[in-house]
Write a protein that binds this ligand. Structure first.
Ligand SMILES: O=C(O)CCC(=O)N[C@@H](C(=O)O)c1ccccc1
Length: 366
């Protein structure tokens, strides 16, 4: 495929409510979108990097810079998703930037031949069960109201953000209010250390599906030690940036479950490799979220339909974060989202909505 040019478009998307995690509070997303233009088709990729390097080392201005100065100029004249992945290999890290570019190329490539993303992955399901992520709140009554609302909307799994001083009490309150059958898990975003093991072991009383990223992103050995000290299965997110990381985590016993986020691991080709590796080792995976707009949500829902995704992911409806999405909104139906069936990622930005949220647009001719 010959790329005519690439657009780097920034949009500002207000969140319906502040979203608080152990590393900060989001009230709006400053999103970088990559649009790849070829004579046959256009493709879109959403970069999941946050405004600041708090979830990972990447941040949105940095991804735009590395795309403009290094990644885009490195693309061969004739490119497809695999060739692009090979061409970007020499550049260290910047996986979220690589993922956005690679996804836009993959989307254009699939649209050009009329193949859906799900079909290209070989998924066998046409819809996926959806979980929802619930931020840290100011009080437990407020948390219980929020959880009640999401359960009423049909979400099949609740994930609670936790941090020291907001962990055992909120989890106990949710368990007591909504019963033992509720699929419930927690996400610490690396807020604890091994010194907190005894505190984290108190969560074993609540039959959680998993505890996500309890310790530092760069410490598989400590996670393996913690896994020996608590009953709740350890799930890794920030620690897993590649199939090699996943293999190391599995062999060390640092992860019983893995959260796959295509943006975090450099794109959907690597996400697929991690899925296949985990399936070979009997390690369940689920699809994480980074507050994506519909452009990023669509390929995630297709990915989540692969057989190894046996746990509900953070593939929530658009309305969980946005009053108005830049695509037709993803709507929950009986706790599920339909896998898009159109060519490529299967959704298109709504032009007037996209323009409404655009803060900058830069055209890079190739
Ligand atoms: O549903 C979503 O898209 C968000 C799910 C979620 O909780 N994402 C968390 C995470 O650590 O996984 C996150 C939030 C904000 C920023 C980065 C990551």
């Amino acid at each position: 495929m010959k790329i005519t040019g690439i657009e780097l478009r920034r949009i500002a998307m207000p969140l319906v409510a502040p979203f608080r995690t152990s590393f900060g509070t989001e009230t709006a997303r400053d999103v970088l979108l990559v649009r790849v233009v070829t004579p046959e088709a256009e493709g879109w990729g959403e970069c999941v990097a946050m405004s600041g390097p708090l979830y990972s080392s990447e941040y949105v201005d940095g991804t735009a810079d590395v795309l403009r100065r290094f990644l885009i100029p490195a693309l061969p004249a004739n490119v497809d998703a695999h060739a692009a992945e090979r061409a970007l290999e020499p550049f260290k890290g910047h996986r979220m930037a690589k993922a956005a570019l690679g996804t836009a190329i993959l989307d254009a490539q699939l649209r050009a031949v009329g193949e859906s993303f799900g079909r290209s992955l070989g998924v066998a399901r046409d819809r996926v069960p959806c979980g929802v992520s619930v931020g840290i709140m100011d009080s437990i009554p407020e948390l219980l109201d929020a959880v009640a609302g999401y359960i009423a909307e049909g979400y099949v799994r609740i994930k609670l953000k936790i941090e020291p001083e907001w962990d055992v009490a909120p989890v106990r309150a949710v368990r007591e209010r909504f019963g033992d059958d509720l699929l419930l898990q927690v996400d610490a975003n690396a807020a604890y250390t091994l010194a907190d093991a005894r505190r984290l072991a108190r969560l074993d009383d609540f039959d959680l599906l998993l505890i996500e990223q309890p310790l530092a992103d760069d410490d598989l050995v400590q996670h393996a030690r913690l896994a020996q000290m608590i009953k709740t299965p350890v799930c890794l997110d920030e620690s897993i940036e590649s199939a090699a990381h996943a293999a190391a985590a599995i062999s060390l016993g640092a992860a019983a479950i893995i959260n796959i986020k295509p943006g975090r691991v450099g794109g959907y080709l690597e996400a697929r490799r991690i899925h296949d590796l985990c399936q070979a080792h009997g390690v369940p995976v689920w699809c994480g979220g980074m507050l994506e707009t519909g452009l990023g949500r669509a390929p995630n829902v297709a990915l989540a339909a692969l057989p190894g995704f046996t746990l509900p992911g953070d593939t929530s409806a658009s309305r969980r974060y946005y009053a108005a999405d830049i695509t037709e909104p993803f709507e929950l139906d009986d706790g599920h989202l339909d896998v898009p069936v159109g060519p490529g990622i299967g959704v298109d930005p709504l032009p007037e909505r996209l323009d409404e949220f655009t803060t900058s647009a830069e055209w890079i001719p190739l």
